[in-house]
Write a protein that binds this ligand. Structure first.
Ligand SMILES: Nc1ncnc2c1ncn2[C@@H]1O[C@H](COP(=O)(O)OP(=O)(O)OP(=O)(O)O)[C@@H](O)[C@H]1O
Length: 302
């Protein structure tokens, strides 16, 4: 199946995304995100082992892989929140680890996987925190900040909750508010670590469609960690699969989502078909594979 970068789809995709190789970027412009021989380990545990990855402006990339394979670690490195032990990540040509915190926050908004303790704030107050990056020295809001906050609230459909205390919201409601906070940062790079966690099916679809729409409208570059391969196949232009700290597969969903990927990267036996209307791959996972079967297969998928 061809990469879905054509006409408007039932998901609202406008087809304005760059192709997976980023070739629609301005000639000579640096990749929006470029990892070069990126390595990282926590004490006693090597996590990423020489990742080379180039993501073009306007791409929507889904990062997939088993629990613990390094997806969140990659996003934190790419957001400049962790320093690599080897290699580097460039954001529009600048080393992410060397960017001052506020400068990095103007480039990248990261929705973290784990929600921090809920502060005693209203929804509007929390979403305003996303404006930190553009605040003046005394932390004052600037002209236009209220409009950006209002737009972020509207983007995820939570305007009506603006004056509710965050600690009175359900888990799924809070997740949407956290997404609004990330959007309020108004950064060109949007990194979303499992943005659909806690959400009911309807809101999972709403959030993913919103991300697709905002990517097209604002030419955002989006990298999102997803565990639902069917969502990744439907909404992303490109899927990057990590396994054991390396890239095991990288390409458009129609090429990457195969029974072999299910087995060798996600550890499940299953079938892959195609959506009757949209044509994107659809997975039917059947059963988990014996870990020994996984270990036996050392080859990367490409
Ligand atoms: N602060 C930390 N200190 C030590 N080890 C860590 C720390 N954070 C993560 N790890 C370990 O690093 C590895 C990669 O973690 P990471 O959170 O990047 O995985 P992930 O692919 O995002 O997993 P998941 O799908 O479960 O969210 C895991 O084995 C994890 O236990």
């Amino acid at each position: 199946m061809a990469a879905r970068t054509g006409d408007t789809t039932t998901d609202g995709r406008s087809g304005t995304a760059a192709p997976p190789d980023g070739s629609a970027r301005t000639a000579g412009a640096p990749a929006a995100v470029r990892a070069e021989r990126l390595g990282f380990g926590y004490p006693g545990r090597e996590v990423l082992r020489g990742i080379d990855l180039s993501i073009g402006a306007g791409e929507l990339v889904a990062l997939i892989g088993l629990n613990g394979c390094g997806k969140s670690t990659f996003l934190k490195l790419a957001a400049g929140l962790l320093a690599p032990s080897g290699g580097r990540v460039l954001l529009d040509g600048d080393d992410a680890a060397r960017l001052p915190r506020r400068a990095a926050a103007r480039r990248v908004a990261l929705l973290h996987q784990s929600a921090p303790a809920v502060p005693a704030l209203t929804v509007r107050q929390l979403v305003r925190q996303g404006r930190y990056a553009t605040r003046g020295p005394l932390g004052m809001l600037r002209d236009g900040d209220d409009e950006v906050v209002a737009r972020a609230l509207a983007d995820v459909g939570v305007t009506g909750w603006a004056d509710r205390p965050v600690d009175a919201l359900s888990g799924g409601e809070r997740q949407r508010v956290r997404l609004a906070m990330a959007l309020a940062q108004d950064a060109p790079l949007l990194f979303l670590d499992e943005p659909t966690t806690y959400l009911d099916l309807r809101h999972q679809l709403e959030v993913l469609q919103t991300v697709v729409r905002l990517r097209a409208e604002r030419r955002l570059t989006v990298v999102m960690v997803l565990h639902d391969l069917n969502h990744a196949a439907r909404f992303a232009d490109r899927i990057v699969a990590l396994r054991e700290g390396r890239i095991a597969a990288d390409g458009p969903p129609g090429e990457v989502v195969t029974e072999r990927l299910l087995a060798e990267v996600l550890g499940v036996r299953g079938r892959v078909g195609a959506d009757a209307e949209g044509g994107w791959p659809v997975c039917y996972p059947d059963h988990p594979l014996d870990p020994l079967q996984l270990l036996r297969n050392e080859n990367h998928i490409h």
